[in-house]
Ligand binder design. Sequence first.
Ligand code: NAG
Ligand code: NAG
Length: 167
Amino acid sequence: MSLINSLVVLFCATVVSCRFQVPLRATDDLDLKVPGNNPLSFEHDPKDYTLQLHQLDLEPNPPAPGKPLRIQATGHLAKVVDKGSFVHVAVKWGIVTILTKDFDLCESAGAVDEECPFHEGFWNVSKTVDLPQQIPPGTYKVEMQAYTNETMDEKIICMQGDVSFTF
Ligand SMILES: *[C@@H]1O[C@H](CO)[C@@H](O)[C@H](O)[C@H]1NC(C)=O
Ligand SMILES: *[C@@H]1O[C@H](CO)[C@@H](O)[C@H](O)[C@H]1NC(C)=O
């Protein structure tokens, strides 16, 4: 599985970010760190998201090239997420954009052994992906912004973070 697919799975494993908006900065009142053992932060006050992500654990964290990456996530979807939902993924390596693409969430559901529509309520998802050996070392800036439909009125969840790969 390619790195890009792994990243998409990683994102979809949390069921799924928030273009055209200035990302928030954490303040004393607002802790934007995604709970759990992961390098990600929310891009807004997470209470505005359809998906309340309670915990996201990566094992190992940071991920290691050539090693399986186990992703475990729990959360609560405030409503059914159906066709039309998508995630915008952008990955930068240094200043070089290596990916910017929208993925249809329903079409990606199979990658995490789920089906569309995504049911309302509690989610506990666990997935192991094999990371390729040949990942150029460095820090990758990852942004994932998921919306219920193309109007982008409703954010499912928006996260960003730096994932570092070393030898
Ligand atoms: C989620 O599932 C795992 C097993 O797959 C279990 O160990 C864990 O306790 C569950 N978490 C919650 C919050 O139910
Ligand atoms: C898109 O989602 C918003 C927020 O849920 C909803 O109000 C709107 O009706 C939806 N539009 C379409 C075309 O589905």
